[in-house]
Design a protein around this ligand. Structure first.
Ligand code: PMP
Ligand code: GLN
Length: 379
């Protein structure tokens, strides 16, 4: 048997969460909250599952949810998107990313991705018969060099995948970045896949920018988000894709035969919560900024050197003052010997940089964050 993805094993997230469980370590590796979602959301889930919403949802998602997504996009980015022709609800952002890539990439096409890159992009491109061209972003600021991107574009280039706010670096694109991306996409007739799953977690009052804010870019983009992140329910696997009608039509052809539709009671519960408690979304940045600040303050006397975390629920740390181990080995050592699990950064690069960087997830209760900080300060 010849695998289509011969070099792939279990994801680093599965590996580290499993090791953390075996070692009974504090798990700051895989990104997920260790606290419960909001009660209202859970009540609406129970209500809808007890009141008949247990069969297939419409293929593009229930209309009330698509209407709420449309309002949210307008509220956040002043863009008007049509629930009937531009919004598709998916089984997590992961499905949306996969489907968008299958919709656009043909055998022989090239896709530009920026390393450190989220791990689901490259396998999806490969399954579509394309290949990825990796451009490295480096610590501490992980800035894209747009001239380098321009130079990398060639007749095979079809798609650019961007991720702002960025996992794992916790950086965001500024207006110059978005303008440069828009110019290249339009000039070369490319498409853009904009992974914005952390869109509501941007800290320190920084402007909230998105591909939605750039009309010419949005016309050629699939913009993907995740309710797993926004409502602390990563296990519900509910996300969505916004794209112009022509791209959405193609997207839906594929979504129709990947999952057809997504978990019905959760669609209702989230539609109700977006309608009745919009502050759950608007308050998310403050909520996670407090967690970041608690974690950072807890590490004041640590030998870990923290990089700025401008967004997401991740914090990068340089452990060079503590150890010379490569990052994968350092993370295993930290989990086994000190009972705190983190994610090594090198796994997100095609060409590892040799940096001594690890990623912590701070979507955790104050107790968990304090316990972890206490251990980390003793390293
Ligand atoms: N993109 C990025 C950058 C992510 O961090 C994640 C979640 N870890 C996803 C996509 C996938 O989101 P979901 O859980 O909704 O499939
Ligand atoms: N997105 C999560 C992270 O970055 C992991 C999701 C997964 O395990 N597939 O930690």
């Amino acid at each position: 048997f010849e695998s289509k993805l011969p070099t792939l094993g279990n994801s680093i997230f599965s590996q580290m969460s499993q090791l953390a469980a075996e070692q009974q370590a504090i798990n700051l590796s895989q990104g997920f909250p260790d606290f419960s979602p909001d009660n209202y959301l859970l009540q609406r889930l129970a209500y809808h599952s007890q009141h008949g919403a247990n069969q297939y949802a419409p293929m593009p998602g229930i209309l009330p949810l698509r209407q709420q997504i449309s309002k949210l996009v307008t509220r956040c980015y002043r863009r008007s998107v049509d629930p009937d022709h531009q919004i598709t609800v998916t089984s997590g952002a992961t499905e949306a990313l996969f489907v968008a890539i299958q919709a656009i990439v043909r055998p022989g096409d090239e896709v530009i991705v920026f390393d450190p890159a989220y791990d689901s992009y490259a396998p999806a491109v490969k399954l579509a018969g394309g290949s990825t061209l990796h451009l490295s972003l480096l610590a501490p600021d992980f800035k894209v060099n747009w001239q380098q991107v321009a130079a990398a574009i060639n007749p095979k280039t079809k798609l650019i995948i961007v991720n702002s706010p960025h996992n794992p670096s916790a950086t965001v694109f500024n207006d110059d970045d978005w303008q440069a991306l828009q110019a290249l996409v339009c000039q070369h007739g490319l498409y853009c896949l904009s992974d914005e799953v952390y869109e509501h977690m941007v800290f320190d009052g920084a402007p909230r920018l998105s591909a939605h804010c750039y009309p010419a870019l949005a016309e050629r983009s699939f913009i993907v988000s995740s309710f797993g992140k926004t409502f602390h329910v990563t296990g519900w696997k509910l996300g969505y894709c916004v794209a112009p009608p022509v791209l959405s039509a193609e997207f839906r052809k594929i979504h129709q035969y990947v999952t057809f539709s997504s978990f019905t009671p959760a669609q209702h519960a989230i539609a109700d919560t977006l309608a009745m408690q919009p502050e759950q979304v608007s308050g998310l940045a403050t909520f996670y900024q407090q967690k970041r600040d608690q974690f950072v303050t807890g590490l004041t006397h640590s030998r870990l050197q923290l990089l700025p975390s401008a967004a997401t629920y991740f914090q990068l740390a340089d452990y060079g003052a503590i150890s010379n181990l490569p990052d994968v080995e350092f993370c295993r050592w930290l989990t086994i010997e000190h009972k705190v699990a983190a994610i090594p950064l090198s796994v997100f690069y095609q060409k590892p940089t040799g940096a001594r960087l690890i990623r912590f997830c701070f979507a955790k209760t104050p107790v968990t964050l304090n316990q972890a900080a206490e251990v980390l300060c003793q390293l």
